[in-house]
Write a protein that binds this ligand. Structure first.
Ligand SMILES: Cc1cc2nc3c(=O)[nH]c(=O)nc-3n(C[C@H](O)[C@H](O)[C@H](O)COP(=O)(O)OP(=O)(O)OC[C@H]3O[C@@H](n4cnc5c(N)ncnc54)[C@H](O)[C@@H]3O)c2cc1C
Length: 508
């Protein structure tokens, strides 16, 4: 019997793992990727013996990764050497306070009680709430498909919206556990990984702090790209064909179906089903025929963007930990400047990654590979965005604080080369709408059934997998997207495998 065929547009982690899952379930799959290598935002830069992860640096929720490997017939530990990073990060406040977030409860107690006598009890209660949010949302919202609005707003689910505090703002809710403004910041800034302001994010996202401290922040030796290489190898073994330097220019439709995709070089590919892994709003706007939906998508809320510096440094700075967060003053004002004014905050916060602390092969001997992420507003034609000036100001902020707080006063002189990314680069290189580094936002109105669904409403053989569809952004959540999209494809094709049914039944 002839195998059903699938074309996947994009070899980000969502495209790779959807392709592999489809191949495992009997599809003949071709992945079309515009870049010369796979990985998308989880790609890497190699230069002069320095290895930089481009985007993700935190390997979170390992059990979701395990499930992906298992669904492909593999064991994660045969492919990835994971190291737990603990303390997870060093957080530096602008008034000089430093906190090392750690899973060592005794250390947390000592540190928190120095700030506020009641803070440790608040911390334990906060983690307990985060644990509840994590388990409930994974089981009931994030880890399943919603095929219609009634399934989402079902009488069974409505009480869960309250249990998960989906209508309460994260920052305000943190006030129930901590009095000190710095602690409220220390336990909400992680919302930035979803590109969200804690003043807008649902309180549900306390699940992030829980997963980091309870399940751990991990690092695959070889960098995050080691995970991409492993998954591509498995996909190829399952028969997936990857075509690189193959940018899709247009999706051709006939009636209520996609017929083929056209590459920029004129080649055309047809298949039974198509999966868009490139950013969903970009697919609607640039690849599909003109449609009203793309305008609606443009008006939705987007995550923030980032200014990135990748620095090859010819000196070691052992005082820089693996993960470091520097919070600027004026916490609320800085989020307003990012999410409302769409600019760089007056006092920017930033994150520094020094992978050679854990993985010496990330830099030449005696040298340093530094990755700096400065959150900034996404592209907005109405905002005054002089990117050159903003990038320069971001760089100066980083130099000043690393000199003042870590004694790295000579860092500037030891930078051999700099590669910088900022919103127009994110947009051009990865086709991210508005240069929003994490895709569509995740407020109440843009999650679950209310998020753009993983199948097109009109073209019924066009599916989506990736950060801007259900369930959302972040590597493990995109792995879930690949799982849910594959389940939907198999269900709708009437070919759902025993393996998938088993998974569904064992997880309610
Ligand atoms: C700076 C930064 C830091 C992050 N940190 C973390 C972290 O620490 N931990 C974490 O879990 N997550 C993190 N994330 C989020 C995570 O990187 C993303 O959620 C995830 O990589 C998105 O994967 P994806 O497959 O949806 O999309 P992408 O990675 O964007 O993949 C889409 C692919 O489609 C390709 N494409 C686009 N247009 C076309 C076209 N026309 N034709 C063919 N191909 C096309 C692109 O080149 C790309 O390869 C971070 C993201 C960023 C940007």
């Amino acid at each position: 019997m002839q195998k059903p065929t699938a074309i996947v547009i994009g070899a980000g982690i969502g495209g790779i793992t959807t392709a592999a899952r489809l191949a495992k379930n009997g599809y003949e799959v071709t992945v079309l990727e515009k870049e010369s290598t796979p990985g998308g935002r989880c790609n890497q830069i190699l230069r002069e013996g320095h290895r930089f992860d481009i985007g993700p640096t935190l390997f979170l929720m390992p059990e979701i990764w395990e499930e992906t490997f298992a669904a492909l017939g593999e064991k994660m530990s045969d492919h990835l050497a994971l190291r737990r990073i603990d303390p997870t990060y060093k957080v530096h406040f602008d008034d000089g306070l430093q906190l090392e977030l750690t899973s060592n409860i005794g250390d947390m107690q000592t540190q928190l009680e120095k700030v506020d006598k009641t803070a440790f009890t608040g911390f334990l209660n906060y983690l307990a709430e985060g644990s509840k949010h994590y388990k409930l949302s994974l089981e009931k919202f994030v880890g399943r498909n919603f095929y219609n609005i009634f399934e989402y707003f079902s009488p069974g689910n409505l009480p869960l919206l309250f249990k998960l505090k989906a209508l309460r703002k994260h920052y305000a809710n943190t006030g129930r556990f901590f009095r000190d403004e710095r602690l409220k910041a220390a336990f909400t800034f992680q919302n930035m990984y979803l590109g969200l302001s804690p003043y807008d994010a649902p309180a549900t996202y306390s699940l992030l702090q829980y997963t980091e401290l309870a399940e751990g922040v991990w690092y695959p030796m070889g960098g995050m790209y080691a995970a991409i290489e492993a998954l591509v190898k498995i996909a190829e073994r399952l028969g997936v064909r990857f075509l690189y330097n193959a940018p899709v220019r247009k999706i051709g439709v006939e009636g209520s179906r996609v017929a083929d995709v056209h590459l920029q070089d004129g080649r055309r590919f047809s298949a039974d089903i198509f999966v868009g892994n490139a950013d969903l709003p970009y697919i609607y706007k640039e690849l599909l025929p003109a449609n009203a939906e793309s305008k609606k998508l443009e008006n939705k809320l987007y995550t923030c963007s980032t200014i990135m510096f990748y620095w090859g440094v010819d000196k070691e700075y052992p005082q820089i930990a693996h993960h470091n967060v520097f919070l600027g003053g004026g916490y609320k004002a800085s989020f307003d400047q990012i999410f409302i004014d769409h600019t760089l905050p007056e006092v920017p916060s930033f994150y520094v990654h020094a992978p050679a602390r854990t993985d010496p092969a990330a830099a030449p001997n005696g040298q340093e590979t530094l990755y700096v992420l400065v959150p900034v507003g996404h592209l907005d034609a109405r905002a005054q965005q002089d990117w050159e000036a903003l990038v320069n100001r971001a760089r100066e902020t980083v130099f000043t604080r690393l000199a003042r707080e870590l004694g790295a006063a000579d860092l500037r002189e030891h930078i051999k080369f700099e590669i910088a990314y900022w919103p127009p680069v994110w947009k051009k290189r990865f086709n991210l709408e508005k240069g929003a580094a994490f895709g569509l936002s995740h407020n109440f109105w843009q999650v679950g059934y209310l998020r753009p669904q993983n199948r097109h409403r009109v073209y019924r053989n066009l599916y989506f997998a990736g950060a801007s569809t259900h369930p959302g952004t972040g590597l493990p959540i995109v792995l879930l997207s690949a799982k849910l999209t594959t389940e939907r494809i198999l269900k709708e094709a009437g070919t759902i495998s025993v393996q998938n049914l088993n998974y569904a039944s064992s997880h309610g």
